[in-house]
Design a binder for this molecule. Structure first.
Ligand code: F6P
Length: 280
């Protein structure tokens, strides 16, 4: 695992440089999720693939930017699904973006996840890596330094409600409105990595991306976004559910499958379970 950890750090440093210097005009290609790919997305994907191809323990990679999985080393045991630059459309307005990595052993699937990691490129570059515990690292003078362990509180104060409100189910809207009436504050940038990072570091709250009338199965991808953050939230003492079930108990039939998702502290996810059970 150490060599994977090192390869992610090497990728993150190179991606930070690419963000700082690269011209970010749109390319004409679409990725597997139907979004227009930025040249920068493609560049970041190549950086990660290059760094991972040097790590013999990695068997196969799957990227949000690639249509198919790619075999790297026949004898490796790890399968890594990654989103090289999540939220990249926020770069032209200079908001934070991130890379997400789900590390699986013996194949892709929530039950095979053994570690998970993300990197936030903001005013600073930070990395969060979860194996048994969740640890925060800060890039300083060219190296990632350990900062602290991350633990969520039982109840938080922040609310990050994803999806177009017009397309929410009435019970979902009522639930989110209820949290705001209780005093929760809105914190939503439209970048999953910084939005979930903020909730983790500021003690807790709820990030939600529900099923909507236009996207009944949600928007966020299971292997690249949902499972990695579910692992990190659980290891930090929080919960990650699809409304009724643990996200890490869901299957994944196709590499680009999405899921309805809620990540948060226990108080907020308990409310979600109550509301969703009553409306199932
Ligand atoms: O997956 C892409 C992404 O940009 C996530 O980073 C983010 O949480 C989500 O989409 C935002 O979606 P929406 O704009 O529909 O709330």
């Amino acid at each position: 695992m150490r060599d994977i950890f090192d390869a992610i750090q090497a990728s993150a440093k190179r991606i930070k440089e690419a963000i700082d210097i690269k011209d970010i005009g749109y390319s004409q290609q679409e990725n597997s999720s139907g979004e227009t790919q930025l040249e920068l997305d493609i560049k970041c994907d190549m950086i990660i693939e290059e760094e991972f191809s040097r790590v013999a323990s990695i068997h196969t990679i799957a990227s949000e930017e690639k249509t198919h999985e790619e075999l790297l080393h026949e004898d490796g045991k790890y399968f890594i699904a990654y989103d090289p630059l999540d939220g990249s459309s926020l770069i032209d307005v200079n908001l934070s973006v991130g890379s997400i990595f789900g590390i699986y052993e013996g194949g892709f699937g929530a039950d095979k996840m053994v570690a998970s990691c993300y990197v936030v490129y903001g005013p600073r570059v930070e990395m969060v890596f979860a194996e048994n515990k969740t640890k925060l690292y800060l890039l300083q003078a060219g190296d990632f330094e350990f900062v602290k362990e991350i633990r969520l509180t039982e109840k938080g104060k922040l609310m990050a409600p994803g999806g177009t409100q017009q397309n929410w189910a009435p019970y979902h809207k009522e639930m989110i409105d209820g949290f705001f009436k209780e005093g929760y504050r809105l914190r939503y940038s439209g970048g999953m990595v910084p939005d979930l990072h903020q909730i983790l570091l500021k003690g807790g709250g709820l990030f939600s991306y529900p099923g909507t009338s236009d996207k009944p199965e949600g928007k966020l991808r299971r292997l690249f976004e949902v499972f990695p953050f579910a692992f990190i939230y659980e290891k930090s003492g929080g919960e990650a559910i699809d409304g009724t079930q643990r996200l890490l108990e869901l299957g994944c039939a196709h590499v680009h499958d999405t899921a309805i998702c809620f990540f948060g502290s226990k108080y907020e996810t308990a409310r979600v379970k109550e509301v969703y059970a009553a409306n199932a």
